[in-house]
Design a protein around this ligand. Sequence first.
Ligand code: PRX
Length: 574
Amino acid sequence: MSQKILEKSSSSIAHANLNNVDDMGKHFSYDRYVQELVWFDHGKINAAYNAVTKNAYSARRNKVALYYESDEGLKEKYTFQEVEERSNQIAHYLKKMGVEKGDRVFIFLPRVPELYFSFIAALKLGAVAGTMFSAFGPQALFDRLDQSDAHVLITNKELSQRLDSVRRKLPHLQHVLLTDGNFGAHYQNESKDFTCARTNEDDDAFMLYTSGTTGKPKGVVHGHRAIVHQYLTAKWVLDLKEDDVYWCTADPGWVTGIAYEILGTWANGASTVVTAARFDPADWYRIIQEYKVNVWYSAPTAVRMLAAQSDTLHSKYNLSSLRHLASVGEPLNPEIIHWSKRAYGLPFHDNYFQTETGGIMIANYPSLPIKPGSMGKPFPGIKVHIVDPEGNALPPNSIGRLTFEPNWPSLMKKLWRRPHKYDSYFMKMCPSRKKLYVTGDLAYIDEDGYVWFVGRDDDVIKTAGERVGPFEVESALVAHPDVVEAGVIGKPDELRGQIIKAFVVLQEGVWGNEKKKEEISQFVKKNLAGHAYPREIEFVDKLPKTRSGKIMRRILKAQEMGLPIGDTSTLEEY
Ligand code: PRX
């Protein structure tokens, strides 16, 4: 339990947008801050209007909203006015295609400007925008497009090929629009004026599929009101100021990209940098230098990879524009915080949230002293409780379930067509019967109110900051003709936090050698997703199961890590 506090410069504290989180927390109410957003009428707000249109009709009109670099080094920039016009043109085009309020419009693109314009366009129409990470394979695409009954898919020629084998099983998918085909060529003929839908604050705005321990991915749906929390957290946690150039390295296929590369960022008027290229340490430093990035938001795995480079690499670049660094998605090791302070003169600030929470919940703020290893303190207004499985509040420094009182605007509205699963996220506190949202994480709070992450309370895997459900990987594995059954766990890894490890039972007579491991691993990579395949495979004769036949991943994990296997009373003979 490291309690040492990291010193910060007084100027970083003095100029922070939020100068005292404890004081703010005492009398915080969203009511005061909702006025900073544009409401059409009582209870009517559109997130896209607040991210883009509002700026396009203000002094920020000619300010760059999006700096873009393609993977071939092509550079473009778009002002708020231009993002407004492009998204309006796409909104018209989609409307002509028959898209109506509430229809699902999915976007499956690498990080290209059309991804951002299309996302905003869908929201302007009152449609529900869904984004999918460009590493997804046919199975992952099918699961999402099928479960959501998506009407339209915006993609490109290359990625659309992954749809070929499943398209005929998607009867609701009426249009597949290609940015490098007809769609890209024609939408720019549409009118640049469009009247944004006067959506209600709790109308569906966007959805993201995410994984749990069991079953297929769930469609987490957020309302337009989510922008209230995203705007305020971008301001107080990421410390965004309107003149900032800001770089979030996440992909809009995940919640961080939606909340903090598009909505929260633009609502604050900051310029966002988007690069399509893959991670490359020297190139990342070049980007910071070239665009004079002030605020940089990334993931611990990327920072660990940067720290693993030679000590001279970062010193070859002028990184003096940087003012604030933050990271999210997985634990940030204290050594990395100290390293970044030495290397960049600034510490990374860890913060915490989930696809379901729609925005940052716990954070290290520029003005708050950092206890390296802690996720920081709850955002003002957020009420955290650490409880035991019965809902009893636990005292400071006791590990328990991390829960929140469900009182913030970006909490998911629902899971798409899975009401029972949605209900399973909530429990009652004891004895007050207060409703709690249960994160699925284990944590404790110290006597100063700092929250410390301990681990997941379920089998969900976090690899390089990306969330993967073991069931999906197991299903993809057993689709291979040589695999009888499979159990998948997250194995601790110094660089990636966890890697996916699969225990595989092969068909009788199949030889389990290295070549077979590679073949199976590539099979999952191709069919499921480029980031969600097992980097390690172990062939076994049998898997530990309960008497009812459920694979006990807990035992696989304990065995892998050489830990006691715990209660085995429900284990079938193994
Ligand atoms: O286990 C927690 C971990 O990431 C999960 C949420 O993943 P996802 O829905 O993909 O959202 C990512 C958006 C940030 C959490 O339940 N997690 C998130 N932030 C942290 C973290 N684990 C440790 N430290 C964090 N700062």
